[in-house]
Design a binder for this molecule. Structure first.
Ligand SMILES: CC(C)(COP(=O)([O-])OP(=O)([O-])OC[C@H]1O[C@@H](n2cnc3c(N)ncnc32)[C@H](O)[C@@H]1OP(=O)([O-])[O-])[C@@H](O)C(=O)NCCC(=O)NCCSC(=O)C[C@@](C)(O)CC(=O)[O-]
Length: 302
């Protein structure tokens, strides 16, 4: 299949990236990060999650962060909503899109959202209905689509089941997530193939963590299948609180560098993106987890 000539990137750094940080990150810093991402040309930003602050304290300032953003027209701001309680709180912040997040692994579903896969679908059903009724877009995430920290390798049939269940309840778009970054290109392609039985190619995205350094290879393998939507995280921020040892998503800077080098449009200004990554990395007192950003920052410094 021909490679797509443009790619849509959702930067999940403010949510997926920061949710696992031990040190509290003030709402003002999160807002500034969102502002810098939109200034860099990001049109899709996953801002925060409306989950229990007892489970994920870092996201406890969700409403404050949403309220602090000076919204730009044409930018879609998304938030995670695991249940109706989260949806009802989120809707007050007027998100453009909500994300329900399930898993292809029973054990991960229990650890992450405290219910089975079947129960999670029943929790999502009214959330999806309410969102659609209010004109809010609905995305779903299928965690552990390749491997699980508790169950090991995950069969593609498990991914297909969750994709089918999500399609049945009206989730409009799904992300195939390699939560712990164990995937290799052919395994990721198998997870995408089964998802594509239930969603068309415009409504499937890749969400790859880089724990084993495979995320760019997995992105390329997905591009070769025509997948043109990706979740990435500025400065490679992140990890999941319920996937110990997993690192962040593939760095947005690395993906943009690769895509632009291949002549694929993203609409993103790489220099401004690098500035956004440097901003949050400086706050966290570390270097960006992006090879491209560090190389270009070194070059800039002369
Ligand atoms: C899902 C729940 C809430 C279920 O948690 P639960 O304990 O089963 O919920 P419950 O309905 O039994 O309620 C228990 C308490 O939580 C409260 N509660 C209930 N719901 C909410 C809510 N929405 N917001 C705020 N509070 C809530 C509720 O009000 C009650 O409060 P209490 O009476 O004890 O004071 C919990 O398990 C949770 O918050 N888990 C955190 C999940 C999470 O954020 N994980 C990380 C994001 S997923 C991810 O990173 C993966 C992804 C998407 O990036 C893709 C990938 O890479 O895999």
């Amino acid at each position: 299949m021909a490679l797509p000539n443009r790619v849509k990137i959702i930067d999940v750094g403010p949510r997926d990236g920061l949710q696992n940080e031990k040190q509290p990150v003030p709402a003002a810093i999160k807002v500034e990060l969102v502002h810098r991402l939109q200034a860099a040309g990001l049109k899709d930003i996953e801002v925060t999650s409306f989950v229990s602050p007892k489970w994920v304290p870092q996201m406890g300032d969700n409403a404050e962060v949403m309220a602090g953003i000076q919204r730009q027209s044409g930018v879609r701001y998304s938030v995670l909503t695991p249940n109706m309680k989260g949806f009802e709180a989120a809707v007050l912040s007027k998100p453009d899109e909500i994300v329900v997040f399930g898993a292809a692994s029973e054990a991960f579903s229990q650890k992450n959202i405290n219910c089975s896969i079947a129960e999670s679908i029943e929790r999502f059903r009214p959330v999806v209905q309410a969102a659609v009724a209010q004109g809010i877009a609905v995305r779903g995430a299928i965690s552990c689509a390749v491997g699980c920290p508790y169950e090991g390798e995950i069969a593609p049939e498990r991914v297909e089941l969750v994709a089918r269940l999500m399609a049945d309840i009206g989730v409009q778009h799904v992300g195939v997530a390699d939560t712990i970054g164990v995937g290799t290109p052919s395994k990721v392609q198998r997870a995408l193939e089964v998802t594509l039985k239930h969603y068309d190619i415009d409504h499937v995205s890749g969400h790859y963590h880089d724990t084993y350094g495979m995320a760019l290879a997995n992105t390329l393998a997905s591009l070769e299948m025509g997948i043109w939507n990706y979740d990435t995280s500025v400065a490679g921020l992140g990890g999941c609180p319920y996937a110990k040892g997993a690192t962040g998503n593939v760095a947005t800077e690395d993906v943009v560098y690769m895509l632009h080098g291949m002549g694929i449009e993203t609409g993103i200004d790489l220099d401004k993106l690098i500035d956004a990554g440097k901003f949050i990395s400086d706050f966290l007192e570390r270097k960006p987890h992006s090879r491209a950003a560090n190389a270009l920052l070194t070059k800039r410094a002369g």
